[in-house]
Design a protein around this ligand. Sequence first.
Ligand SMILES: [Zn+2]
Length: 383
Amino acid sequence: MIRNARLPDGSRHDIEIKDGRIAALRPPTASEPGVLLLPPLVDGHIHLDKTLLGLPWVPNQAAGNTVADRIAAERKVRSARTVSEIETGANLVKQVVASGTLHMRSHVDIDSQLGLKNLEAVLAIRERFRDLVSIQIAAFPQSGIARSPGTAGLLDEAIAQGADLVGGLDPVGIDGDLDGHLDAIFGIAGKRGGGIDVHLHDGGEGGIAQMLAIAERTRATGLRGKVAISHAFALGSVPTDLAARTADTLADAGIAIMSHGPGAGTIPPLLLLRAHGVEVFGGSDNIRDAWSPFGNGDMLERAMLIGYRANFRHDHELALAFEMVTAAAARVLDLADYGIRVGGPADFVAVEAGTLAEAVAARPRRKWVMKAGRIVARDGVLT
Ligand SMILES: [Zn+2]
């Protein structure tokens, strides 16, 4: 029994737990305010194979400021690695679980140089932590498909070996072949039955044109509700009426948009997207890797960063930032067993905060994290 808990809607209950699930929500037996219980945090976009967490500090080595510069810098960092991706990825999983994340979607680099090596590492991590956290894997062509021959076959093989969906990367800006890129990833998703999550950094009207092409393919292949576009900077860099029309097309195709609250580049207009019926969700993206020195995997902090970048101030806006790292991300990841309800899993994150909005703004210490009725972390440390 968890006594005198407050839920995000402000209601107070004693929560009865049986066999790892919520058996009943009863009237509270105490009158003091009690701890605020959040549903588990969901990281909709992380890169477990890229992180260097736990290693001595590795300075960023990108020669310039483009996506291509960063891809080249990562190759250098990777070739100098002495510790396996399994170890650094495990460091990150432990850190994110301790901060209350119990579900995530990890993109995993696949190209002709790497083959399926990083996939094998993340599959091993998934197996090792399977009782603690669910990890969905997107087979991600970090070096492109057209410009990295053999990658399309590797992506297909990755799904056969346990990846859940196929990724994509700037079909025009990096790969220079819109139709070829989309043929490959939609072909694999159609054949294997998984979804798609495309990194799209390309901005302006060129980026919008790629979104419309993705929406067209999504409708044509019957993948409605199974496709996401990550970053989608273009939506924040075009006039509002074009963003609104694009939002209608995305909503119609059931395409979700992921934002991590980018420090540079433009953030998609989250409130507008939501008003037009587009699912928006959040993720950490890069954490202490060759791409970014920042990040810690704390999704409450991520909700704050998203809100900060989106210029959110009102409680209903902070509630959207929170939903992006909880229920909305859970819907995109198609998590069937999620949320605080009678019969649902006894998964909770306990924080000291008066309201949900305060929890986003203050990102308080996690007092404890519960998974299936068992305390798995206290005060930010795995038990
Ligand atoms: Zn990413």
